[in-house]
Design a protein around this ligand. Structure first.
Ligand code: NAD
Length: 382
C-alpha cells in the first residue's frame, strides 16, 4: 500500500507519525512510503534520513492525493480546525490512522463518513496484551510522566536530592503524585532517580503495590474504592461526595509537599478537581504543582492550560502536549505503535482486510464505508 506521512500542522505539535526506522520496516514489508517535506524536521529527523530508508519526500497535495493510507499524530478533533481541512483534502475511500480525540462531535468525522474514509482512532486501542505495542496512550504518558518531573525540578526553588556538603545538609524534596497510571508510575520513578522522597495516591486499590515496588510511599485514605476500577484497568468516575472527601484527606499531604504532580484522569470524561485553591494556600511559597490533566479540565482548580500560574508564590504549571517536547523519542515510539497497528491489518500471506472480528480493529474504527459501525460512537456525529 502507499503510506503517506504528512507534516503535523496543529499548533505546537512537533511530533511526526513515523520515524525513519519505521520507514525501513514498512518498505521491507512491501509498502511504498511518502513523507511530506520537512515532516520530521521538528522531531530532529531530516528529509534525507527518510529517503535513505526508502521513502519519497513529496508535497502535501501530492501526498493526500496519492496515499492509500495516511499516518498522522493528530487527525479529526485532535487536530482542531486543521483536522477538518485535512479531511476535506483526503480522497474518497482513503484510510487514516491517528489520534482523533473521538469523544466529541467534530466536522472532520462527518467528512470522513461522507467520503467513505476508513478512520481509526488510536486512543481507543483496547488494553489487551496483543495491543500493548500499539498503545499510544501508554507510550506517550510514559514520556510525559518523566518530563513533568523535570519541569517541576526546573521551577522548584529547592534541590531534589539530599546533599551533605561542607556548607550544610540539604534535605530531599517531598514529591506527591496523584494518579498512578502510566504517567504517574514514570513520574515516581523519575522523582526517585533525582533523589526526592516520593509518596503517591490512586483510587484504584491495585496501585498500592506498584507504588511500593518503586520505593515510594502509598498514602492511605479511608475512602470506599472497591468499585473504583472500571474496564480496561481505567478508573471509574466517582461522585462529587467522594471527591470532596478525597480532597479533605489529601489537604495535609499536599500542604506538606514541595512538588505535587497530578495525573488523575477518567477516559472520555472531564478530570476530577482534586486540588482546590485552599489546598494550594496550604503549600509553602516556592512549591510547585504540575497539573498533567490540564488539557482535560485539570485536577487543580487554579491551573490554566499552557500557562504557569503564580498563586501566592506557589507555581502551578499547566503543560500541554508534553510528549511534543520530547519529539524525537515520542515520534520513534508513536511510529512503532502505528506501524504495529497497521501491520495488524495483514495476514501472514500479506493480504489486507478490515476484519471487524478483530477486537483491535473494531474498537478503534470510527468511520468505514460511509457509516459509523460501532453503535455507541454514533453520538460523535450527533
Ligand atoms: P489514565 O491516564 O486514564 O488515568 C491516570 C490515573 O488516574 C489512573 O491510574 C487512575 O486510576 C487515576 N485516577 C482517576 N481518578 C483518580 C482520583 N480521583 N484520585 C487519584 N487517582 C485517580 O490511566 P492510564 O495511565 O492510562 O492507566 C490506567 C491503568 O491501565 C494503569 O494501571 C495501567 O498500568 C493500565 N494499563 C494497562 C495496559 C494493558 O494491559 N495493555 C496498557 C496501558 C495501561
Amino acid at each position: 500500500m502507499v503510506i503517506g506521512i504528512p507534516k503535523e500542522l496543529y499548533p505546537g505539535e512537533n511530533r511526526v507519525a513515523c520515524a525513519p526506522s519505521q520507514v525501513q520496516k514498512l518498505v521491507k514489508a512491501g509498502h511504498q512510503l511518502m513523507v511530506e517535506k520537512d515532516a520530521g524536521f521538528m522531531s530532529g529527523y531530516t528529509d534525507d534520513s527518510y529517503t535513505e530508508k526508502g521513502a519519497e519526500v513529496v508535497g502535501r497535495d501530492d501526498l493526500f492525493s496519492r496515499a492509500d493510507v495516511i499516518f498522522t499524530v493528530r487527525s479529526g478533533a485532535a487536530a482542531g480546525d486543521q483536522g477538518a481541512k485535512d479531511a476535506s483534502h483526503m480522497k474518497d475511500g482513503q484510510m487514516v490512522i491517528g489520534t482523533m480525540d473521538p469523544y466529541q462531535p467534530h466536522p472532520s468525522f462527518e467528512i470522513f463518513r461522507d467520503k467513505h474514509i476508513s478512520s481509526f482512532a488510536l486512543e481507543l486501542i483496547p488494553r489487551i496484551t496483543r495491543a500493548q505495542s500499539m498503545d499510544v496512550l501508554s507510550s506517550m504518558a510514559n514520556l510525559a510522566g518523566y518530563k513533568a518531573v523535570l519541569l517541576a525540578a526546573g521551577e522548584l526553588s529547592k534541590m531534589f536530592p539530599m546533599m551533605m556538603t561542607a556548607a550544610g545538609t540539604i534535605v530531599p524534596a517531598k514529591v506527591f503524585i496523584v494518579g498512578v497510571g502510566v504517567a504517574g508510575l514514570q513520574a515516581i520513578a523519575t522523582a526517585k532517580r533525582l533523589g526526592a522522597v516520593v509518596s503517591a495516591y490512586d483510587i484504584r486499590p491495585a496501585v498500592k503495590e506498584q507504588v511500593q515496588s518503586l520505593g515510594a510511599k502509598f498514602v492511605e485514605m479511608e475512602l470506599e474504592t472497591d468499585s473504583a476500577e472500571g474496564s480496561g484497568g481505567y478508573a471509574r468516575e466517582m461522585d462529587e461526595d467522594f471527591y470532596r472527601k478525597q480532597r479533605q484527606m489529601m489537604t495535609d499531604v499536599i500542604g506538606d509537599s514541595d512538588v505535587v504532580i497530578t495525573t488523575a484522569a477518567i477516559p472520555g470524561k472531564k478530570s476530577p478537581v482534586l486540588v482546590t485553591g485552599e489546598m494550594v494556600d496550604a503549600m509553602n511559597p516556592g512549591s510547585v504543582i504540575v497539573d498533567m490533566a490540564v488539557e482535560r479540565g485539570g485536577n487543580c482548580e487554579l491551573s490554566r492550560a499552557g500557562e504557569t500560574v503564580d498563586h501566592k508564590g506557589v507555581k502551578i504549571l499547566g503543560p500541554v502536549n508534553i510528549p511534543s517536547t520530547l519529539a524525537y523519542h515520542a515520534s520513534q515510539l508513536y511510529g512503532k505503535n502505528i506501524e504495529t497497528f497497521f501491520l495488524n491489518f495483514f495476514d501472514k500471506e500479506g493480504n489486507f482486510s478490515i476484519d471487524m472480528e478483530d477486537e483491535i480493529i473494531s474498537s478503534t474504527m470510527l468511520t468505514h464505508n460511509g457509516e459509523l459501525p460501532v453503535e455507541e460512537r454514533k453520538r460523535i456525529l450527533g
